[in-house]
Write a protein that binds this ligand. Structure first.
Ligand code: NAI
Ligand code: MG
Length: 492
């Protein structure tokens, strides 16, 4: 009996359950050792002959080599896209274009498991996220925009709708397949052709998507995938025959792009960084709110542009919320992105891990109260412990700057006006979350918070029907929904 009690006491001290490993199988995944560029419906070698490795951040092993496109390759891709636009795609009826999009959507669903596994291997995100969020949403975006392709005159009543031409698209590493879908689907639905560049650390799902688009029979040159670094991206932006630039990534690069295209006729949409506020009021359902906060910043290693990275808690419940948060942090599973139990996966790259560590160091030097999860850490790979920054000042670098990691600043407030002021006091304005029992409070805040998306009693929910985008330095233009179509058309 006594022994039993001892055992029980010991067990209750243990931070997490010991779960058996449950890794998703990789045996069904088909990956090449070396990836060329997808231009004009063919796989072509890069002019420079240069390749770079794509690394699995969960175990630091190389997965494949990927071609590094230069100015000549980008020029080839833009020419192919122009030819396809002039001769095929702009002449095709919306109904026919829609059929291709429906086909792509269905094929993504059929290969969902393979896409999810590759996304987690190449990018480090937990398989639970890539399987349940990234891949299904990517398919849904194609379905949604497929439906618009032959109904553009209803999307824009009494207007003449024309495609822009060749769209240059540059995507980041946090949602590689999903961002590709967000950009490709509306562009094709409206009759544009595409040159797209994935981020250098996560090219593989975009290349798999190119294989799928090829199999779907999309005419050569309609979608071209060029891989490479920032220099490749800059070549796309600066190419004189590109009509539209769509970019998601850092605010710094967004500014460079805006400068580069100033004075040209190129249209652009920029979806940049964020420092989104999650606000818990005293009347909120506290357990649900804590779970939402954790989901908003930790489940995806903070690699979400709209991550709820600043928490504001009303004073009366602050102690309770912080206690629950610490407890929840200690029970998170961090490790193998392919394990179905994993809550927090790998940081996308060594560089990003260094950036996050630098911020945590700044936080310590500023004298903030830093709480790191006591979870077990894997011995290999790029991992960062979920971290809370408590008692932090509004002026702290950690409150002001985007960290893009599992780091949550926690501040308290007393009144509604105070929290609105604090939440809006940032150069960004991408998203926000409000947790309260009162509908009136929700409506009051949604009117006053300067953010493109505001969630109430939930966080990080997406749907192809609803537009997404930012205020201020979070960029301009909207993706998703009807708004997302508008970004790819000329209206007369
Ligand atoms: P980044 O902005 O450099 O990369 C995004 C994409 O832009 C990549 O495909 C990259 O190759 C390309 N690119 C880089 N320089 C370019 C240029 N001059 N012209 C055209 N394309 C260019 O972002 P990075 O360096 O990977 O991450 C730095 C920080 O940016 C992160 O710590 C995070 O704060 C933020 N970020 C925000 C994202 C978002 O979704 N809003 C996504 C990725 C990063
Ligand atoms: Mg990688």
């Amino acid at each position: 009996m006594a022994k039993n009690k001892q055992q029980k006491a010991k067990a209750s001290k243990k931070k997490t359950w010991d779960l058996s490993p449950a890794p998703e199988s990789t045996s069904h995944v088909q990956l090449k050792k070396k990836y060329e560029l997808y231009i004009d419906g063919k796989w072509v070698k890069p002019t420079s002959g240069k390749y770079f490795p794509s690394i699995n951040p969960g175990n630091e092993e190389k997965i494949a080599d990927v071609a590094h496109a230069d100015a000549k390759d980008v020029d080839k891709a833009v020419k192919a896209a122009r030819k396809a636009y002039d001769n095929v795609w702009s002449k095709m009826s919306g109904k026919e274009r829609g059929k291709y999009l429906f086909r792509i959507a269905r094929m993504i669903q059929e290969r969902a498991r393979e896409f999810a596994v590759i996304e987690s291997m190449d990018g480090g995100k937990p398989i639970r996220e890539s399987r349940d969020v990234d891949v299904p949403l990517a398919a849904n975006h194609f379905f949604y925009y497929a439906g618009w392709a032959d109904k553009l005159e209803f999307a824009f009543p009494n207007r003449k709708v024309e495609a822009l031409g060749v769209a240059g698209q540059i995507i980041p590493w946090n949602f590689p397949l999903l961002m590709a879908a967000w950009k490709i689907a509306p562009a094709l639905a409206t009759g544009n052709t595409i040159v797209i560049k994935p981020a250098e650390t996560t090219s593989l799902t975009a290349l798999k998507l190119a294989e799928l688009i090829h199999e779907a029979g999309v005419p050569p040159g309609v979608v071209n995938v060029v891989t490479g670094f920032g220099d490749t991206g800059a070549e796309i932006v600066n190419h004189p025959d590109v009509n539209k630039v769509a970019f998601t990534g850092s605010t710094n690069v967004g500014k460079l792009i805006q400068n580069a295209i100033a004075g040209t006729k190129k249209k652009s949409t920029l979806e940049l960084g964020g420092k989104s506020a999650n606000i818990i009021f005293e009347d909120a359902p506290i357990d649900q709110a804590v779970e939402g906060i954790v989901n908003g910043i930790f489940f995806n290693q903070g690699h979400v542009c709209c991550a709820g990275s600043r928490l504001f808690v009303q004073e009366g419940v602050a102690d309770q919320v912080i206690k629950k948060l610490k407890n929840r942090l200690d029970h998170l599973y961090i490790g193998d992105p392919l394990d179905k139990n994993t809550d927090v996966g790998a940081i996308n790259s060594k560089e990003q891990l260094d950036t996050i560590r630098k911020y945590i160091e700044i936080g310590k030097n500023e004298g903030n109260d830093i709480y790191e999860s006591s979870c077990n850490m894997p011995s290999k790979g790029y991992f960062c412990k979920p971290t809370l920054v408590l008692n932090v000042a509004q002026s702290s670098k950690l409150v002001q700057e985007e960290i893009f990691g599992p780091v949550l600043t926690v501040q308290t407030f007393r009144t509604v006006d105070e929290v609105i002021q604090k939440a809006n006091n940032t150069p960004y304005g991408l998203a926000a979350g409000v947790w309260t029992d009162k509908g009136s409070k929700i409506f009051n805040l949604t009117g006053k918070l300067r953010a493109g998306v505001i969630w109430a009693n939930t966080y990080n929910r997406f749907d192809p029907v609803s537009p997404f985008g930012g205020y201020k330095e979070s960029g301009f233009g909207r993706e998703g929904g009807l708004h997302g179509l508008e970004a790819y058309v000329k209206l007369a």
